[in-house]
Write a protein that binds this ligand. Sequence first.
Ligand code: NAG
Ligand code: NAG
Length: 400
Amino acid sequence: MPCSKQLVYIFCMIQAFSFLLYATIKLIVIEPIKIDQIDHTAKLISQLEIKPTNFAGWKKRHYITNYFNKDRKVKIYITRGDWYTNQDYRELEFNPDGTLANCEIPCIWKAREINRLTFRELKSADALFCVNQPGLPKKKARKGQKFIQYTLEPKTHCPECYDKSHMFDIHATYDENSEVPTSYIRMDSKKWKLVPPFKLTKLSQGEPFVSFIASHWTKYRSEFIQSIMNYIPIASFGEVFTNTGWESHPECLRLDDFFDVKNCVISKYPFYLAIENCQENDYSTEKLWDTFNLGVVPIIWGAPNTRSYLPHPKSAIFIEDFENTKALVNYLKYLVSNETAYLEYHQWRNMTSSDGFKKKSYMSMYNLECNVCREVARLRVVEEHNEYNFMMNDFETDDS
Ligand SMILES: *[C@@H]1O[C@H](CO)[C@@H](O)[C@H](O)[C@H]1NC(C)=O
Ligand SMILES: *[C@@H]1O[C@H](CO)[C@@H](O)[C@H](O)[C@H]1NC(C)=O
């Protein structure tokens, strides 16, 4: 039947056309993707080797690391804990399989005395983590193992905390130049936006409106506090210029933890003197960061680059912006007398934070463990990739 012949013809045409289409797609689209993929992998890995400079850069680095790490575990032992194992370690959360909760890299994170580690454990560790000074074996138990040093002490006050042994591959310090920059932010800083500003109506006439707590005397602290006390009273609770007892705030004294008592007291005044013990880039301690969680405005003396990582330019007052102490005091008096002007220092809570601040919040004590695991995983990805390339080049140049 002519009709069936026609059908066969059409059927053949469709088949021929489909084959042509498939061949075209394979040739033009699929084959190049394979080459592209290799290119793409090399490109992504090379991106992993460039240190990020902003918040998005760090997120991207961690995303790429996780992509190549797949689900491989990272195992880290804390060999020397000092203060770290005594307080912070307890707050970590773990998944049922023993890996850190809230970290996309499956990471085993364990505190063990170095001399209690069995040889097998030592050999299985991807990294050993030390707080402050070294407490490490003389050499690595296996190739690729990393030694990590964590310290938040400033260089001028604790030179011995800094690695001169060159045993460490990774440094986690407050300094942006370290491999894992770690700010003193110890909580989810997004919560700070919800903290209500200090209520100026709570102040009564003649009461101090600036608080200060420090345990170590420094030249600057003693000169500045003396100078400002010529104009206004300062409520000082710490060892330096003590003039107010903790019991003046009984509801604070009732709290169990010393840090809670301290922060409760700070929250009773509209301003807090955040005077660090030295001026080193990136060195801003809880003296600065805690004020944001307490609804208080910090008055800063500290890291020369502090402005680059405040949540907003108008979230703090800098002593250096005033010609002298008297000018600063006049401005503070003006702010406590004008609530609208004082509240301008809290408006950042309703705004998008600066990139510098987002970076400090992300690369922080709060995220330390996961950030360290990410770094160990990243180095493993990069090193294994480079080793593979090296091997491939070897094959290609091998003409025997
Ligand atoms: C109070 O502060 C607001 C906001 O800065 C300002 O516009 C206003 O003029 C100030 N009032 C007085 C009396 O100084
Ligand atoms: C943030 O915005 C809300 C709503 O407009 C306002 O009630 C609140 O006072 C603002 N907070 C600050 C700290 O400016």
